[in-house]
Ligand binder design. Structure first.
Ligand code: ADP
Ligand code: NI
Length: 201
């Protein structure tokens, strides 16, 4: 099986897996992350494009928020592909390292491709698309915009606890450049939202 056939099989698998997700994590997220990743990779040398695309495609399949607890859908799927055990292991490990949770829990050196996929994923959580996704995520779970019985389960809290600081976590030069305008937009939106909530605007 050629690499392009493996990628096509993986795209089909991922599209099926994500079809039941709320729209903040549908397959269009994967397409945008892939586009971001290509824009970053195009500025760098030594990137394994096959590995990068596999990471991007599989990065949210076993996400703790989206999959059943203890799901091993990525590893089970990788078993079906004609890859060497070491390459399979590399993809499996790389996918686990992409998540923000892994990033905050265990700072560690990662492959260039993991760093690119991470930056590309985080770019999709800021800017206008990031605003849209945060509200889709909250809406799907019935979270309030602000206030509510649990202040920590609100969209505004998610902005403060994670999204507003995300652009500082990016590591690639191109990713950082792409994040600038998105970060400015996200912050302006947040400020405006707070002002309107307070009745100042
Ligand atoms: P990662 O895939 O890097 O672990 P997440 O899956 O936590 O990141 O976040 C992906 C998307 O879901 C982002 O757009 C983020 O804003 C949104 N999201 C995650 N948690 C929340 C939350 N508690 N409230 C609102 N949006 C959220
Ligand atoms: Ni993602």
């Amino acid at each position: 099986m050629k690499n392009e056939e493996i990628l096509q099989k993986t795209r089909t698998f991922v599209e099926t897996c994500m079809s039941g997700n709320d729209p903040s994590h549908d397959f269009s997220h994967v397409r945008r992350v892939f586009d971001n990743a290509v824009r970053i990779a195009d500025t760098m040398t030594g990137c394994d494009r096959f590995y990068l695309e596999m990471l991007v495609l599989l990065h949210d399949i076993d996400d703790r928020k989206l999959a059943a607890a203890g799901a091993h859908r990525v590893d089970d799927f990788l078993e079906t592909l004609p890859l060497s055990p070491s390459y399979r292991q590399r993809i499996s490990e790389g996918v686990r390292q992409i998540s923000y949770h892994a990033y905050t829990q265990k700072p560690q050196r990662v492959d260039l491709e993991v760093a690119i996929a991470r930056d590309a994923d985080w770019l999709d959580a800021i800017g206008a698309i990031g605003v849209a996704r945060a509200f889709l995520y909250s809406g799907a779970r019935g979270h309030a915009i602000y206030g509510g019985p649990d202040e920590t389960a609100t969209t505004l809290h998610h902005f403060e606890e994670k999204l507003l600081g995300l652009s500082r976590c990016l590591v690639t030069e191109q990713g950082k450049r792409m994040a600038e305008e998105r970060q400015a937009y996200l912050y302006a939106f947040y400020q405006r939202l707070c002002a309107e909530i307070k009745g100042e605007r």
